[in-house]
Design a protein around this ligand. Structure first.
Ligand code: GLV
Ligand code: MN
Ligand code: MN
Ligand code: MN
Length: 397
């Protein structure tokens, strides 16, 4: 069982011409869950799902102070092959390698697959870990809707989960003594450092905001320019303001990657536009002031166009620094591997407010992620799996 081989086994699942689309409780993600359970059982792990749709595979009896490793199997729309699955296949590989040596962990060890890490279907990222830790209200989570109007509660129920049981899971949470997530790097940090792996240091403060504009749907030819209430105009102002304002703030990134005009006809002035702003700032927490500035620009543009604006914060997480002691242990163990901050969000960051958590990154030569060009060389994948095995051996003794 090699990490590269395992990645190969799932390479065809959810792959389209524009990359991978694997979303919580859809067909592709269901196929990956079944594949994971089969693979984990084949190496003698006991597979269970928790109340919030996360998958656990236990080596030894579940219990407190467990060493837990894993990541996620869902993707963004049009994503790459590594973001998420790399941490899962590396965990299976590392466990199998330790078993093959006859190693016996001194504490329970589990591989954990989180549900809806990307928020690709229901909008809130790290939904599985937020629910597990009680970082999101269960009622709010149940009511989240996908683009077809299906609620998270409905989708979960169809997949066999009881949405009434969603919420902070004391039993599951209290079992995690340490959580370690291996992940493909999502920028060029490791390429520049010339290293195959790094230890995670910090996770950027970030969140998602929904802007909803409503105007007057109308005829593209018969409506004079001065007579329009076109919600695309303030929507465009958000895109422009995000670029302009974030470019002036050190360490800031602001993105509008999703925008839905309705009804969406070439010869139709839209009646509503929904768009989502992803905003992040390194270091001190300056995300909400940045969003406020963008929202001011949006409000002015909406007023000028005679449109209504509604703004809601869909998710938010402050800056996270992973456990200092764990970071030091991992660096020493990995021959002085470099530390790396990240501009990406992770379940490990959600858990870090509740338990000891850390991350390992594997070099991505393209520096591109959330796109089909995301990559890791086989050699680096194997290097990462071996590094994870070393870390598990050390941390479970
Ligand atoms: C998750 O990958 C995120 O940072 O959006
Ligand atoms: Mn192996
Ligand atoms: Mn991602
Ligand atoms: Mn990820």
């Amino acid at each position: 069982m090699s990490a590269v081989g395992l990645l190969g086994e799932i390479a065809g699942v959810g792959r389209g011409r524009g990359g991978y689309s694997r979303h919580v409780f859809d067909r592709a993600e269901g196929e990956l869950r079944a594949w994971f359970a089969e693979r984990a059982e084949r190496i003698g792990l006991d597979v269970e799902t928790d109340r919030n749709g996360n998958l656990w595979a236990w080596w030894g009896t579940p219990g407190p102070d467990a060493l837990v490793t894993g990541s996620h199997l869902d993707s963004v729309p049009g994503g790459g092959a590594f973001d998420g699955p790399l941490g899962v296949v590396s965990a299976l590989d590392a466990v199998a390698a330790l078993q093959a040596e006859g190693f016996r962990p001194g504490k329970p060890l589990a591989v954990l697959v989180f549900a809806e890490e990307e928020g690709g279907r229901f909008g809130v990222p790290c939904l599985g870990s937020r629910l597990l830790t009680g970082s999101i209200d269960a009622g709010k989570a149940r009511a989240l809707r996908d683009q077809d109007g299906v609620t998270f509660a409905e989708a979960a129920a169809r997949a066999g989960f009881d949405p009434e049981r969603f919420g902070r899971d004391e039993v599951a949470l209290s079992r995690i003594g340490t959580f370690l997530e291996l992940h493909v790097e999502q920028g060029r940090g490791l390429v520049d450092l010339g290293s195959p792996v790094a230890v995670g240091s910090t996770v950027i403060a970030h969140g998602r905001w929904r802007f909803s504009f409503s105007g007057q749907g109308n005829h593209a030819g018969a409506t004079l320019m001065g007579d329009r209430h076109d919600p695309m105009v303030p929507a465009a102002a958000v895109v422009a303001a995000a670029r302009r304002i974030a470019s002036k703030v050190e360490g800031a990134r602001a993105t509008v990657g999703r925008l839905i005009p309705r009804p969406g006809g070439t010869n139709v002035i839209a009646s509503t536009v929904d768009l989502w702003l992803d905003a992040r700032v390194t270091g001190e927490d300056r995300v909400r002031p940045l969003v406020d500035e963008i929202a001011d620009a949006a409000g002015k543009a909406a007023a000028e166009e005679g449109c209504e604006i509604r703004l809601s914060e869909e998710s938010y997480g402050g800056t996270v620094a992973f456990d200092a002691g764990l970071r030091e242990e991992l660096r020493a163990l990995l021959g002085g591997a470099p530390e790396l901050p990240t501009g990406a969000g992770h379940d490990a960051a959600i858990l870090s407010g509740h338990t000891r958590a850390g991350m390992l990154y594997v070099r991505n030569p393209t520096g591109i992620s959330h796109a089909p060009e995301e990559f890791a060389e086989d050699e680096d994948v194997e290097h990462g799996a071996r590094a994870l095995a070393e870390a598990l051996r050390h941390l479970s003794t």
